[in-house]
Design a protein around this ligand. Structure first.
Ligand SMILES: [Zn+2]
Length: 220
């Protein structure tokens, strides 16, 4: 076998693509020719190194995917924790809106009616220490129904001192026996069925507006 034929066949021989007959001839040649033997060994080595490099590349691409996964994990963590904090904020808001504040029990409310001149003041004061009351005034357009919702609330540090001490007032100003001056400045002609309804947790108290005026008058 000629040296150049051996060198041409070497890659195929390494890949085990050559025939048994060719293998025999090549091995025979290698026994006799040191140069070709070295050539083949060098080629084997080169191929081995090449494979190693390829494997390394594969490893580094696996590392890359690992890094990407770690990054995604961080992203998921950020999303989950921000969702959690939003949830906590909503719970806190819910607590202060609905749990920390509730319709007051009449037993816990000291209600009084005061009059000064042409004004009548409904006062609501909490009987419990460290509790205070808030009212929500809802005026209905149909006829005149003034609904007052009396809420009880635990004292938080933002509570104005007068709410704890004096309670909360709802004031009615009369222009005369038949006329009520509304908050928006309009004059309301008082009808017989005009009502102020006070909503507590356990009951609703109703007072005729004309009776409010009468209490005002009686004191004079
Ligand atoms: Zn040779």
């Amino acid at each position: 076998m000629k040296h150049n034929v051996f060198k041409d066949l070497a890659p195929a021989y390494i890949d085990q693509l050559t025939s048994e007959e060719t293998n025999k001839q090549m091995e025979k040649h290698m026994d006799q020719c040191e140069d070709c033997r070295k050539y083949l060994n060098k080629m084997k080595e080169d191929i081995f190194v090449e494979h190693k490099v390829e494997r390394k590349k594969e490893h580094s691409s696996i590392d890359y995917f690992k890094k990407v996964r770690a990054k995604n994990r961080k992203k998921v963590f950020v999303i989950v924790s921000s969702l959690l904090s939003v949830f906590l904020i909503l719970i806190t808001i819910y607590y202060f809106m609905f749990v920390n504040m509730w319709l007051a029990d009449t037993d816990n409310v000291e209600t009084s009616l005061q009059n000064q001149g042409m004004t009548v003041t409904l006062s609501f004061k909490s009987k419990k220490a460290n509790h205070y009351l808030l009212t929500q005034d809802a005026m209905s357009d149909e006829g005149y129904i003034d609904s007052i919702f009396v809420y009880e609330k635990r004292d938080d540090f933002s509570t104005p001192a007068e709410l704890l001490k004096d309670g909360i007032n709802v004031t009615y100003t009369f222009l005369d026996e038949n006329t009520l001056l509304l908050d928006n400045g309009t004059k309301h002609k008082i009808k017989d069925d005009d009502i102020v309804s006070i909503h507590y947790k356990d009951r609703i108290e109703e007072i005729f507006v004309k009776d409010l005026y009468d209490t005002n008058n009686e004191s004079k």
